[in-house]
Design a protein around this ligand. Structure first.
Ligand code: NAD
Length: 476
């Protein structure tokens, strides 16, 4: 194999020119200011079919490379992301709204490179299942073929890499369908990755839900990676049924955090804040319902409010800001309506809850709501924005029961000064991941996936690679 590339640095203007249609296209506006960011191509299902056909043709050659060769390409792709990190972060910030600083746009682009490198480094050896006088049997993971990947608008670049990196590593070619709210970020990322990857191995088709539906039902797509809402996940299962596609579903979450009575409010306040408000609350595995023991309830509420008050929110390109707008009007309305309903029910507004009218941008202020019932819609539904309900509890059994009461089961957290106690509670929570004294800390080495209606299948780590291969037993 002779893989050679020079890492190219692309200017912001050249990148936009490369991904935009020559004329027409859909206008994409900055959610913080309403200013035009760029125009996204409106690909049709005919464009989708052409992309799938090209990916299908390229797959045998890509699948025939060794793991070492494909890993080399993934590392070159990571080099390309790093060489263009600032340009990608600025575009992401402008289109998605997230600030450059804090755990936001620069962090997300950095995570793309880190995930590519981690995915390149995993070892996946055939497993020896039997090796005795009766014979030998080995378990191998072969390429599946062409993977279709459909993504959301909250972490558009990072989630694309979560989908494409293990797919490529396992010898599949990929066709991405980004969210119609954030297509430019994914088009730009794929353009940069393709400066390092062989031709036709990775495609992106920018279109609405009809393009997503066509991808999910296409006979030449062998596996679907879907990240998005639970409602769309159910539609995807239906669309994929006739072709019996393999499907990984990373769906909505409504993560609970349980603060035990022995936790120190001052010590945990900052981590609680970022657990809930990372990406201004628009994160699948963010803390979305906080349960605090009555003995320390007021202290936790006060400590959290103090941290929350100190976090500046505003336009993403302003280096001071660490919180941004909601990405779109529909999401703004969901958050505003849920908080209004909580206020109407008599819950206590500790902070925020009063969006300014007549301002440009979909800014919703950082909001903490206390003295709220567990069945209030702000608790029971995924708010996906900067509004955290804080529920008081008296016994651990009550807290665990409330945490487990919903159909969502993506992540959860337990906060305590006593590790043994925290581990005991963690084991009783129905969620794919339970963090202790932190929340949402995903790691490329650790398998990630949902329980209950938060989805099925696993991403990340060697387990994630296995979900993108066809298991094959060789017995002799
Ligand atoms: P969404 O379900 O509205 O859209 C996701 C994608 O699906 C978009 O690209 C959209 O065009 C496409 N789509 C819509 N209808 C389709 C259909 N019938 N067939 C095929 N594709 C279709 O989700 P969203 O609003 O973009 O994202 C927010 C949701 O995603 C939240 O619920 C959040 O919790 C979830 N999420 C989950 C994870 C996770 O890892 N579990 C990560 C991020 C976001």
């Amino acid at each position: 194999m002779n893989i050679s590339t020079t890492t190219e640095q692309i200017s912001f203007e050249d990148l936009l020119t490369a991904i935009q249609p020559v004329d027409g296209g859909r206008e994409i506006k900055d959610p913080a200011t309403g200013a035009l960011v760029g125009r996204a191509p409106e690909h049709t299902t005919a464009d989708l079919h052409a992309a799938i056909a090209a990916a299908r043709t390229a797959q045998p050659g890509w699948g025939a490379l060794t793991h070492t060769e494909r890993s080399t390409y993934l590392n070159l792709a990571a080099d390309a992301v790093e060489a263009n990190a600032e340009t990608l972060a600025v575009l992401l910030s402008r289109e998605q709204g997230k600030p450059l600083n804090g755990p936001n746009a620069r962090f997300e682009v950095g995570a793309c490179a880190a995930w590519l490198r981690a995915t390149a480094a995993f070892q996946l050896e055939p497993e020896i299942l039997v090796d005795d006088e009766s014979g030998r049997a080995e378990l191998h993971y072969r390429p599946l073929g062409v993977v279709g990947a459909i993504g959301p608008w909250n972490w558009p670049m990072m989630i694309s890499v979560w989908q494409l990196a293990p797919s490529l590593r396992m010898g599949n070619t990929v066709v991405m369908k980004p969210s119609e709210y954030t297509p430019l970020s994914v088009l730009a990322l794929v353009h940069v990755l393709n400066t390092a990857l062989p031709v036709d191995v990775l495609h992106v088709v920018s279109g609405g839900r009809e393009v997503g539906e066509a991808l999910a039902s296409h006979p030449d797509i062998d596996k679907l990676m879907f990240t998005g809402s639970t409602a769309t996940g159910k539609a995807i299962i239906r669309s994929s049924a006739d072709t019996v596609k393999r499907v990984t579903l990373e769906l909505g979450g409504n993560d609970a955090g349980i603060v035990l009575p022995d936790a120190d409010p001052q010590t945990i306040a900052q981590d609680l804040f970022w657990g809930a408000f990372i990406n201004t609350g628009q994160t699948c595995a963010a803390l979305k319902r906080l349960y605090v023991h009555e003995d320390i309830y007021e202290d936790v509420v006060a400590a959290l409010a103090e941290v929350a008050r100190s976090m500046p929110m505003g336009v993403g390109l302003d280096e001071n800001n660490v919180l941004g707008p909601l990405q779109n009007k529909a999401q703004f309305d969901i958050v505003a309506n849920l908080v209004q309903a909580a206020k109407d029910s008599g819950a206590r507004v500790v902070l925020g809850g009063n969006p300014e009218e007549g301002q440009p941008g979909y800014f919703y202020p950082t909001t903490l709501i206390a003295d709220i019932d567990n069945d209030n819609p702000l608790v029971a539904q995924e708010q996906f924005g900067p509004a955290l309900p804080i529920v008081k509890y008296s016994t651990i059994d009550e807290a665990v029961e409330k945490a487990n009461a919903l159909e969502a089961g993506l992540g959860a957290s337990v906060w305590s000064s006593n590790k043994e106690k925290a581990l005991e509670v963690a084991a009783r929570i129905q969620a794919g991941t339970v963090w202790i004294n932190k929340h949402g800390a995903v790691d490329p080495r650790l398998p990630f996936g949902g329980a209950k209606q938060s989805g099925y299948g696993l991403e990340f780590g060697v387990e994630g690679l296995k979900h993108l291969g066809q298991p094959q037993v060789i017995s002799y």
